[in-house]
Structures are given as structure tokens and as C-alpha cells.
Ligand binder design. Structure first.
Ligand code: GLN
Length: 198
């Protein structure tokens, strides 16, 4: 199994570590490859898009031609896992902030987002959330997190927090507002790996 982690910005090492741990736990042989340039994604079975700053992320992915490769992979149903700024990057529509910054989103998951919906850096927090494919709560870390303000009809809401949608899934694409790579709990990465294996 080959998983590409977009290595432009954000928690790249943390995702690579979590994926390696998750593969070990699931007893799956595989490699995790940092993706900085075009040409790698077509060879990957899955793609992870970390958080960071979505304006920069989108701009640099476009500059590298990675954006088109991700869109093609999504069309082929390759499992894609996006967190925080990654979620914004793959959304169909951004809110006011995205419009102001003229962000070009990939539009591979039918949802609308609002950036920084839970406040700025100082308002970062962690809390237990229920995720529909996990049996027990997950301690989720939110850092200038977006929320999902609308989901399309083919999109499944997989977690909410105080009536805000914070995680969604459409076919083989999983998008989260929070940062599972910043905890030692690899259950979400394991779930994603099993999705690739299917
Ligand atoms: N607030 C960032 C954005 O809008 C996302 C933050 C993050 O990825 N931790 O791009």
C-alpha cells in the first residue's frame, strides 16, 4: 500500500507517523510518501491532505500541479483523507473568508465550509467527540478549525459538535475539522487505511 501525504505545509510528519502506526496496528505493509511535486500522486493508493493554512495550501498545490492530480485521483475513487485546512482545500465551497481571499478550492467533496469558525489560535481547544464509525469517543483537537455549514445529499455527516458538523464522508473521501494526527489515538487513520485496503 502506498499513501501520499501532501507535504507542502502543516502537520506532515505527524500524519506520516500516524499512518505508519496505523499500518502496523492493522498489519498492513505499506509506505508513506511525502508529496511535494507532481508525478507521485498517480502512483498512490491513498492521499492525505494535512492542515496548515488553506490559502497557502491551495495556492502551492496549484502551482505544483498537484491539484489536478488530486482531482483525478478522487474521480477514480482513491481514498482521500483531509484534515482542517485540508478539509477546506477539498470542499466545494468556502464561506466569506474563502471568497475574500479568492481561494480556489478543489471541490471534490460536496460541502460548504466556514473558515476559523471556532475562533482564532487562542481559542484552540480539545474535546471528546463521537464519530459514527468509532465505538467510543475520540479526543479531538481543534486549531482555528473550520466547520461544515452545508453537506450535499451524497455526503454523510460522521461527527458533530454542539450542532456543528465537524466531519463528513463522501464515497471514499473523509474530511475532518480537527487534527487526529496530533494525538496518539490512531483509530481514524486505521479506519482510513482499511478503506484503502477494500
Ligand atoms: N484556519 C486555517 C485555514 O483557514 C486552518 C487551520 C488548520 O489547518 N489548523 O486555512
Amino acid at each position: 500500500m502506498k499513501i501520499g501525504v501532501i507535504a507542502i505545509q502543516g502537520n506532515i510528519e505527524e500524519h506520516i507517523h500516524a499512518l505508519n502506526q496505523a499500518m502496523k496496528k492493522e498489519q498492513i505493509d505499506g509506505t508513506v510518501i511525502p508529496v511535494k511535486h507532481r508525478g507521485i500522486i498517480p502512483k498512490c493508493d491513498g492521499i492525505v491532505i494535512p492542515g496548515g493554512e488553506s490559502t497557502t495550501l491551495c495556492r502551492l498545490m496549484k502551482k505544483e500541479g498537484i491539484d489536478t492530480e488530486i482531482k483525478n485521483a478522487a474521480q477514480k475513487n482513491r481514498p482521500i483523507f483531509a484534515t482542517c485546512a485540508g478539509l477546506i482545500a477539498i470542499a466545494k465551497k468556502g464561506g466569506k473568508e474563502a471568497e475574500q481571499t479568492k481561494q480556489e478550492l478543489l471541490g471534490i467533496i460536496d460541502l460548504e465550509v466556514e473558515r476559523n469558525a471556532f475562533g482564532r489560535q487562542r481559542e484552540s481547544f480539545e474535546t471528546e467527540v463521537r464519530i459514527n464509525f468509532l465505538e467510543t469517543p475520540y479526543n479531538a483537537i481543534f486549531i482555528r478549525a473550520p466547520k461544515i455549514t452545508r453537506v450535499g445529499k451524497d455526503v454523510e455527516t460522521i461527527a458533530t459538535l454542539n450542532n456543528n458538523i465537524i466531519a463528513a464522508k463522501q464515497k471514499n473521501t473523509i474530511a475532518l475539522s480537527f487534527h487526529p494526527e496530533l494525538t496518539n489515538d490512531t483509530r481514524i487513520h486505521q479506519h482510513y487505511i482499511k478503506l484503502i485496503k477494500k
